[in-house]
Design a protein around this ligand. Structure first.
Ligand code: NAG
Ligand code: NAG
Ligand code: NAG
Ligand code: NAG
Ligand code: ZN
Length: 572
């Protein structure tokens, strides 16, 4: 734009002397010029018209350019991949705790941060339409539909009409789609991208919709995670369905899915020995995949989040290599939330580390692949009211002030009763099992020893030796702490999580969610400035649909028509 106007000014300058330029600007004829006055008049008029036209041209150019750059964001011309990561229940305190834990265990400097820290982007406000504290369902609906809804809603609006999701719209537009999680694949976050039900507890219905038995038929190409029990008929061992519908058979026979339920089946895909046949359903656990802390000793049974994510990325890249459209993949670190609900800090740091590793793996993929792509990651909410500090005793501040006033010495030493501000990552590092795993072990032990009639004393010895010392890595449990577990084995999980939290001086204010803003992370890239700073969770939903430029409203229309028809024939 500037270059177009430069010759005009330059020519003008070349053709006039210093003072005549001044005069021309003031609209006066220069006295040292020869010729009749009307010639100068005409020259002025021409110059003025020229300037006017140039200005108008500039304005038109500017408007056109700004319009073009706006449409560049929402209307990609090239092929794009979009990876959206959700760290369920991970608030800012989880990052501080995990960062310090990693530095402690690996002997790193304070500047050695997590991958996530290096890609901090902004923060998200999380409230739902029905509460100041959201649940995962309303949280994920804000991402999938870019709309606020009530707690429990699976891509349903407050008026109980379905809202189209970015994944469904992506599928309609020719993208390949995938979901990777460590909890049940029917759980709220993945469900919100791939199904529509009034309340999240309708897992039986969600499973059916996810394989293609819903209003839109099949919209997902790849699903990896847990929650197998929702896909097996109630006549089968390991089913948690209320009916005898065999969702696996429906998936295979009616919608063409390839299905695997074990690590061996996954390994063929993971090491790239076989091309991943799509649609691909991999359900590696009956319900949750174990916490990473426990899973690493069972890696022959369960794949990790990063392994599932990398396999999914490779599969979706291969499947779209000859397509004009890329893929949309949602990856969830699902169980950061569970460790928060259980108030188990040892389980949580390993969940966050695995999520961080997965984030790095996605960045590496985006670097290597030829297709333009973006990674955006955030949490739906915080869980546990985690505080990376917990003082078990109060410090008499008031008293100490008085003592300071009457003190006579000016010692540079801190007073002996000055509080120590610290927490102990070493306690978390000592744990080799989660409280969840140890509680299951206790229940199994009680069940197997019930017939033998073991005494409370024997049970307390077992709890201390096999669970608290061997599992939690705590060697100073008190009699009172152990006796409480023996008397209340149903509360063993909470009690063991408390033993470890207290010794690490980690605090929790809740076993539920909290309203604190959560972090947004991104690789950066086209349009990601829209989610810089502090944004509403629905703005992240807006970003997702805009980045791949898909018609989510069109899907909403389609769903509304189909749901109206269905509700006339059946109670929905
Ligand atoms: C299994 O499902 C059928 C309906 O599909 C139902 O009639 C039956 O009661 C269920 N059985 C159990 C044990 O839940
Ligand atoms: C589990 O695996 C980790 C890392 O490989 C190891 O350090 C730990 O000792 C193992 N724990 C158990 C209970 O086998
Ligand atoms: C960790 O466990 C060891 C024994 O294996 C114990 O000596 C040490 O005190 C424990 N450290 C912490 C911080 O609990
Ligand atoms: C209970 O008794 C059986 C054999 O009678 C034994 O195999 C088992 O280990 C015992 N369980 C405990 C917890 O002592
Ligand atoms: Zn959640």
């Amino acid at each position: 734009m500037a270059s177009a106007t430069t010759p005009l000014l330059a020519d003008d300058r070349r053709n006039s002397t210093a003072d005549s330029e001044d005069d021309a600007l003031r609209g006066r004829a220069s006295s040292n010029r020869s010729g009749p006055a009307w010639v100068f008049r005409l020259r002025e008029v021409l110059l003025f018209t020229w300037a006017l036209l140039a200005t108008a041209g500039l304005l038109i150019m500017a408007v056109w350019m700004s319009h073009k750059s706006q449409t560049d964001i929402s209307k990609p011309t090239g092929k794009r991949n979009l990876v959206f990561m959700v760290s369920d229940g991970m608030g800012p305190a989880s990052l501080s705790m995990t960062r310090s834990f990693r530095q402690y265990t690996q002997g790193l400097e304070y500047g050695n941060t997590l991958t996530l820290d290096k890609h901090f982007w902004g923060s998200s406000r999380t409230r739902s339409s029905s509460s100041l504290i959201t649940d995962s369902a309303a949280g994920a609906t804000a991402f999938s539909c870019a709309k606020k809804s009530y707690n429990g809603a699976i891509s349903m609006l407050p008026d109980h009409t379905p809202c189209g999701t970015v994944l469904e719209a992506a599928k309609r537009a020719g993208y390949m789609t995938g979901l990777v999680v460590t909890t049940d694949i029917t759980d709220a976050t993945p469900a919100c991208f791939s199904s529509h039900v009034d309340v999240r507890s309708q897992n039986d219905e969600i499973a059916l919709q996810q394989v293609g038995d819903g209003a839109l038929e099949r919209v997902v190409d790849l699903m990896f995670g847990g929650g197998r029990c929702h896909f097996l008929p109630n006549t089968t061992h390991g089913s948690c369905r209320a009916d005898d519908v065999d969702v696996i058979s429906i998936a295979k026979e009616k919608y063409g899915w390839t299905y695997t339920d074990n690590r061996a089946g996954f390994d063929d895909l993971w090491e790239g020995r076989l091309e991943v046949p799509l649609p691909m359903l991999g359900l590696f656990a009956s319900t949750d995949v174990p916490f990473e802390l426990d899973r690493r000793n069972m890696s022959d049974v369960y794949p990790s989040l990063s392994e599932m994510a990398m396999t999914a990325l490779r599969a979706l890249e291969k499947a779209t290599q000859d397509s004009n459209q890329g893929f949309f993949l949602m990856i969830e670190g699902s169980r950061i939330d569970h460790a928060g609900h259980y108030n188990d800090p040892a389980a949580q740091v390993h969940e966050v580390l695995e999520y961080d590793k997965t984030f790095q793996a996605v960045l590496d993929f985006l670097d290597e692949t030829k297709t333009e792509g973006v990674l955006v990651a955030t949490s739906d909410h915080e869980t546990g009211g985690l505080s990376v500090a917990k003082r078990m005793s109060t410090y008499p501040v008031f008293l100490s002030c008085i003592q300071k006033i009457i003190a006579t010495d000016n010692s540079l030493e801190l007073r002996s009763d000055y509080p120590e501000y610290l927490w102990y990552p070493g306690v978390l590092a000592n744990a080799s099992s989660s409280s969840e795993y140890l509680a299951i072990k206790l229940h199994q032990h009680i069940a197997s020893s019930a017939k033998n009639g073991t005494s409370k004393k024997d049970l307390q010895t077992y709890v201390n030796d096999e669970l608290v010392k061997a599992g939690l890595g705590v060697h100073d449990a008190t009699d009172a702490e152990l006796a409480e577990i023996v008397s209340n084995p149903e509360k063993a999980q909470d009690l063991m999580a408390k033993i470890i939290s207290q010794r690490a001086e980690i605090g929790w204010s809740s076993h539920g969610h909290s309203a604190v803003d959560v972090n947004i992370y991104s690789s950066g890239g086209s349009g990601t400035d829209a989610i810089r700073g502090n944004v509403e969770n629905t703005e992240i939903g807006d970003f997702l649909r805009n980045y791949i430029s898909v018609d989510v409203e069109g899907v909403t229309e389609e769903l509304r028509k189909k749901y109206q028809r269905r509700s006339k024939t059946a109670a929905f």
